[in-house]
Design a protein around this ligand. Structure first.
Ligand code: TYD
Ligand code: MG
Length: 459
């Protein structure tokens, strides 16, 4: 017998409550409780579709860690170096991957491309958003053909599992988890309890059948994946696709990965025929100019374990209105304010009355603090209207006292700069320890304080 029950759920964190309350006691958000009808099934009600045997699973026995074998789970190789790296070396069988990103960023495209290129696996691509024809059209655009990819337009999870039993796919892709609904809960698709329940069903499916599942998830205005935070706890890996929709570059990051590092990043380029991997990002992120321009500095940054040279741009002008404006694209605005305060207080530049605009080329968002030095130099260059020579690049963090702090993996940064033909790199004096300056063709200059950098560049 089943009974119907009404429960209130916080739409922010998913905490349930028997009655409506104004403030969520678990995440402290206001006005987030929404009534959802939960159709409670009795214990044996649910279809045991995918597990095959009707007997309940026997309880597990404890086992010594040294006796646990790893060889049973070889990873599934995926086409493309970028995705392989971000996933930590391929798809782990039985893993549940959540793939989030803003609308129109290219989630469906990347997943379809994965489905089309994994030719030796039987794949089920479930779409709750697009029709079969739309998916076919996109596949034609991508221009890869396969005879192993099944398309299913369906939003009910019970029907999806029925198809899964029939087709027995080796990889399931869900586009998207917010459009699905299970018959066991009466609330509308996309509501917290639905999203959580559907995800839980696929989690059980993935673990019981050892089939990997990719779920596309929408993200909210604030940038987190729509639905309860528990969704992110449930899955093994959370991938984020980001980038500026008006630029062609897209970044793929893992924000959680039970099977690999979250440091890795993949770069893609959105073309007319789908997403193309960018294997050498530095070459495209730096604009070759005929004449040096003020306000431009090149930074040798690290994205994960990959060195990358990025162009930072700054524009400093007299404030037209009373309050000076500070605007930044691709860089943390609060950190920019801090850097400006350091320049004002420690180096005596009067930037408090100036508008300052910052841009990281290519629509890329950089979190590596090693970009500070280049950014500060770009600001000074624009402020003084003196171009920085084009063969100079920077790597260093700027501290509150105006000191230049060392950054990690300095050798890799130097090598990348050298490879791209830069003649000089400026870094922190503290970074010189342990590196052999003479082994590089590139000239390595160092500074301990911001003041020294200025004379190094313009000398
Ligand atoms: P899509 O994968 O539908 O985004 P999401 O699933 O994240 O919402 O991608 C949508 C955008 O990508 C769309 O604006 C068109 C563009 N696009 C291309 O530029 N080239 C292509 O080959 C494809 C398939 C899409
Ligand atoms: Mg889509």
């Amino acid at each position: 017998m089943s009974k119907t029950k009404v429960t209130f759920f916080c739409q922010n964190c998913g905490a349930p409550s028997a009655k409506w309350i104004g403030k969520c006691p678990s995440c402290n958000e206001w006005n987030t409780y929404v009534e959802e009808v939960v159709h409670k099934e009795s214990k044996n009600d649910r279809l045991q579709l995918f597990s095959g045997n009707k007997n309940p699973k026997q309880s597990n026995k404890s086992i010594l860690l040294q006796d646990v074998g790893l060889q049973d789970f070889p990873r599934i190789a995926v086409p493309g170096k970028e995705l392989t790296r971000v996933l930590g070396g391929g798809i782990v069988p039985g893993s549940l991957v959540l793939f989030g990103g803003e609308p129109g960023i290219g989630k469906s495209t990347l997943m379809l491309q994965l489905a089309l290129r994994l030719k030796n696996l039987k794949i089920l691509y479930v779409s709750g958003e697009e029709s079969e024809q739309q998916i076919k059209m996109r596949a034609e655009r991508i221009g890869v053909t396969t005879d192993n990819c099944f398309i299913l337009q369906e939003t009910n999870t019970q029907n999806i599992f029925q198809q899964i039993v029939e087709i027995e796919p080796q990889l399931v892709i869900i586009d998207s988890i917010q459009t699905l609904h299970t018959s066991y809960i009466d609330s509308s698709p996309g509501s917290v309890s639905q999203v959580r329940e559907c995800a839980a069903e696929f989690l059980r499916f993935a673990k019981e059948t050892n089939t990997p599942v990719f779920m596309i998830g929408h993200i909210t205005k604030e940038g987190s994946i729509a639905g309860p935070k528990v969704l992110e706890h449930m899955v093994d890996t959370v991938l984020q696709f980001e980038g500026d929709r008006n630029h062609i570059y897209r970044l793929l990051r893992a924000t959680k990965n039970r099977f690999g590092s979250t440091n890795e990043m993949g770069i893609y380029e959105m073309n007319g025929d789908g997403l193309r991997e960018v294997t050498n990002p530095s070459e495209i992120l730096i604009t070759a100019r005929d004449t040096p321009t003020s306000g431009v500095a090149i930074s040798a940054t690290m994205e994960g374990n990959r060195p990358m040279l990025i162009e930072t741009q700054a524009l400093v002008s007299s404030a037209a209105y009373g309050t000076p404006q500070r605007s930044s694209t691709g860089f943390d605005l609060r950190r920019l304010s801090m850097l400006l305060a350091v320049l004002e207080k420690r180096c005596g530049f009067r930037l408090g009355v100036k508008d300052v605009f910052i841009n990281i080329a290519g629509g890329i968002r950089v979190e590596d603090p090693g970009i500070d030095l280049a950014l500060v130099c770009a600001i000074l260059s624009s402020n003084e209207d003196m171009p920085i020579p084009q063969d100079v690049c920077f790597a260093g963090e700027v501290g509150l006292t105006g000191e230049i702090r060392p950054v990690n993996r300095i050798e890799q940064r130097i090598s990348e700069a050298e490879k791209l033909g830069f003649k000089k790199i400026i870094l922190s004096s503290y970074n010189l320890k342990g590196i052999n300056v003479n082994s590089y063709k590139i000239k390595i200059l160092s500074a301990a304080k911001m003041e020294e950098v200025f004379s190094l560049i313009f000398g």
